[in-house]
Write a protein that binds this ligand. Structure first.
Ligand code: 13P
Length: 331
């Protein structure tokens, strides 16, 4: 592990006023996204869509790093350039999702465990060799009657810590993503309780595995009411409870925080981040690592048609710009 390399990469990822673009939809997720616009889910269409994203004019003004799915990391654009090389050439760090997805947790109905540790060391060495600068691993925590269980939280946070230490051994900055799902009728206070328990467990596992926090980026969900809750908390309450929770569990020397959007509307995702960044004394950089809150409107505008490419790109850039502004509290 070279701490200087890790810190240098993490600082670039957290550069103001930028954030990280998540464009690493797994095979099942990209299938859903393309089905929503009635476009065939084949390799060429996945390339066309992702090429639209990375070639949007001036993307690097707002985006410091892009998380790719393994297919895209090894894929060529229409002119034969590798996506990862193109991103590096426009000043966007290429990163890669390295988990193998959230699978059913044995003997724990409705709970998931993220897989992908077997063979990870060798895969990471190859990704670094091929130009990756950082990685992502997503753990999923569901709130419902009697869940999450301790088994779900502890096993997922342990896996995140093992993944993070393997990344750092290979000079790759780990993005650790413990996502508490927004799905459900739960209150913001229930979300707060589960998020606190998850972050507490995560940081004790990271410590146990000697993970170097100045070379680690946290990608949390916000403390927010469940999507099907009838009286959802205000933007101000989400922002203040989220920051209070992070202050209690995220050590000051962590490289930074980049939220997922997790099914929030575009307006919610940008407003929450903007309010958080209006407090002046945060100990860490707080920015975005959104997929849907940057891409959704552009995907809908594209419809798989080349003639919609430019209008779709300008929508994508407008979303990236608004998220960038909110990452410095200037929306
Ligand atoms: P969303 O912003 O759509 O939640 O996606 C972020 C992500 O990378 C989930 O793993």
């Amino acid at each position: 592990m070279d701490k200087n390399i890790l810190v240098e990469t993490a600082n670039k990822m957290m550069m103001r006023p930028k954030g990280i673009l998540a464009m690493d939809e797994s095979s099942p997720t990209i299938a859903k996204r393309l089905a929503s616009i009635k476009v065939d889910n084949n390799e060429d269409n996945r390339r066309r869509y992702r090429e639209l994203i990375v070639t949007a004019p001036n993307l690097s003004d707002y985006i410091s790093g892009a998380i790719l799915f393994e297919e895209t990391f090894d894929q060529k654009m229409n002119d034969g350039t590798l996506f990862r090389d193109y991103l590096a050439s426009i000043g966007i760090l290429p990163g890669i999702k390295v988990d193998k997805g959230a699978k059913d947790l044995s003997c724990h109905p409705n709970e998931k465990i993220t897989e992908g540790l077997d063979g990870l060391r060798d895969r990471l060495a190859a990704y670094y060799e091929n130009g990756a600068k950082f990685c992502k691993w997503r753990a999923v925590i569901t709130i419902a009657n009697d869940i999450p269980s301790d088994a779900c939280i502890e096993s997922n946070m342990n896996a995140l810590a093992r993944y993070a230490s393997l990344c750092q051994e290979n000079n790759l900055v780990p993005i650790v993503e413990p996502e508490v799902l927004i799905n459900g009728t739960h209150s913001i206070d229930e979300c707060d309780k589960v998020t606190r328990k998850s972050l507490s467990s995560l940081f004790s596992h990271l410590k146990m595995f000697n993970v170097y926090l100045p070379g680690t980026v946290l990608k949390p969900s916000m403390v927010i009411s469940g999507q099907e809750n009838d009286s959802r908390a205000s933007y101000e309450e989400v922002a203040s409870k989220t920051i209070a929770c992070l202050r209690d569990f995220v050590p000051d020397d962590t490289a930074g925080i980049a939220f997922l959007s997790g099914g929030q509307t575009d307006l919610e995702a940008e407003s929450h981040l903007n309010i958080m960044n209006q407090s002046s004394d945060l100990p860490w950089r707080v920015t975005f690592s959104y997929a849907r809150a940057i891409q959704a409107a552009a995907l809908a505008a594209w419809q798989g048609k080349d003639e919609n490419l430019e209008s779709s790109q300008s929508i994508l850039i407008e979303r990236a710009q608004r998220c960038s502004n909110s990452s410095v509290g200037k929306l």
